[in-house]
Write a protein that binds this ligand. Structure first.
Ligand code: LLP
Length: 419
């Protein structure tokens, strides 16, 4: 990885030694590379060069204000899924008109707030939501710009918990219902149909599901427009995977070269495009630094107990996800004879593991980096076991910025009252 690498035997994020950050801020500590985030964005920008395209960062992947600010400054819009995310984008200086609002359960209050600040588009996910959004828009005397999220029913070949474009999922409107739903929306006074949207899943590492989904989307655009409803933009969602453990997803620019060729061939090359990438912009830009508390050898299993846990890194517990784990000190990298350990946290659950059967050459007091921790880690973190949420640092060359202080005990108890 160009931005997270060993130099002089020590793990560095860009030009900054990670051990020094851990010393300064304590552990567990998330460390992100600014250059890595911007490089991931540049791959999409390169793929869209000369095209009419808007990249809307799916901020659920990492919603820290400084990360949002970075992407806002780089020209991104945002894909949001709650009023909380809307407030964060605005607090980070994001442009409301470049916000798209996804999600199956938008409340009336969230709709009103999004209309008040003038977001770009609602990605509507059901016929019932169409009626409610229309009612809310009429009640405040405006029109809501909408796309309908359609379910292209392609298999993204990813973990079932993160595949979203199949018929049995709660997301989007069924392919067969799409035209009727568009006709219904187009007839309502509070709605202005502007686009079409899909999102087929996450951590997708093959290009075929994308190519199939694009064909199915374009079939729909043709039939909707034939019915007299113009579709100004095509939002193709997010979902491009990253390399966690030898995964080989297509590069963003290479994937889009193929998708754009398809759009061109079918006469949609000039149509405005939107995408909603999350993980692929931030996932491999971050690590979580953790300290080994105890080595606990056993007859059946040996454990390496660290100070990060499932409340900081929920992906292994939730999806059996793999994250690489390496020592900060390159001299302690595992060698062929190294023993294997389950790397686990202090939380009182057997599901609290970070890595299974990892060859390690470390002892108590050593520090490890959990890799690919820039996406869906801090944004999914909790205070379970009354553990403090970790601190976050953004590295920019040899400078580092503390972008989130570690939770204090007062932070954890804020808003609570004794009887
Ligand atoms: N757009 C919509 C409507 C989404 O639901 C999502 C993610 C994205 C865009 C961004 O997808 P991405 O480019 O990040 O794949 N917590 C899980 C992933 C859940 C994804 C949810 N939706 C994990 O840690 O793997």
């Amino acid at each position: 990885h160009p931005h997270i690498h060993y130099a002089n035997g020590q793990l560095h994020v860009e030009g900054t030694a990670v051990a020094q950050l851990a010393q300064q801020h304590g552990t567990p500590l998330f460390v992100y590379s600014k250059a890595s985030m911007l490089a991931a964005l540049a791959a999409y920008q390169k793929g869209f060069a000369g095209r009419n395209a808007q990249i809307c960062y799916a901020m659920k992947a990492n919603s820290s204000l400084a990360v949002l600010q970075l992407f806002a400054k780089a020209g991104c819009g945002f894909d949001i899924v709650s009023g909380g995310e809307l407030a964060r984008v605005l607090a980070a200086g994001g442009d409301a008109s470049k916000i798209i609002f996804s999600g199956v359960g938008k409340t009336r209050a969230e709709m009103r707030e999004a209309l008040r600040v003038g977001i770009g588009c609602f990605n509507v996910e059901s016929e019932a939501e169409i009626d409610v959004l229309n009612e809310v828009a009429v009640s405040v005397g405006t029109q809501a710009r909408i796309s309908i999220r359609v379910n292209p029913n392609v298999d993204p070949k990813t973990h079932p918990y993160i595949s979203t474009g199949l018929k049995g999922n709660k997301f989007g409107v069924a392919h067969e219902r799409t035209l009727a739903t568009y006709q219904r929306a187009a007839a309502l006074p509070g709605l202005q149909v502007v686009g079409i949207d899909c999102h087929i899943g996450s951590q997708i590492t093959e290009e075929t599901p994308y190519l199939d989904a694009m064909d199915r989307m374009l079939d729909l655009v043709e039939s909707i427009e034939a019915a007299g409803i113009p579709i100004h933009h095509i939002d193709f969602g997010g979902g491009l995977g990253i390399n966690y453990n030898g995964d080989t997803p297509p590069a963003a620019d290479a994937l889009w070269a193929k998708l754009l060729a398809k759009l061109d061939a079918r006469g949609f090359g000039q149509r405005q495009l939107m995408i909603e990438p999350g993980r692929s912009l931030v996932g491999n830009a971050g690590i979580c630094v953790t300290e080994v508390l105890y080595m606990k050898p056993g007859e059946q299993k040996s454990f390496c107990i660290v100070d990060a846990a499932m409340n900081d890194l929920p992906r292994p517990a939730m999806y059996q996800a793999f994250h690489g784990i390496v020592p900060l000190d390159g001299a302690k990298l595992a060698t062929p004879g190294s023993e294997v350990f389950d790397v686990v946290g202090p939380v009182c659950e057997s599901g609290d593991w970070i890595g299974h059967d990892r060859a390690l050459n470390v002892q108590a007091g050593d520090q490890l980096a959990v890799l690919s921790a820039g996406a869906y880690c801090m944004s999914m973190a909790s205070n379970y076991n009354s553990r403090a949420k970790a601190a976050e640092v953004l590295v920019d060359g040899d400078h580092s910025h503390l972008i989130r202080a570690r939770d204090t005990l007062a932070d954890q108890m804020r808003g609570e009252k004794l009887l």
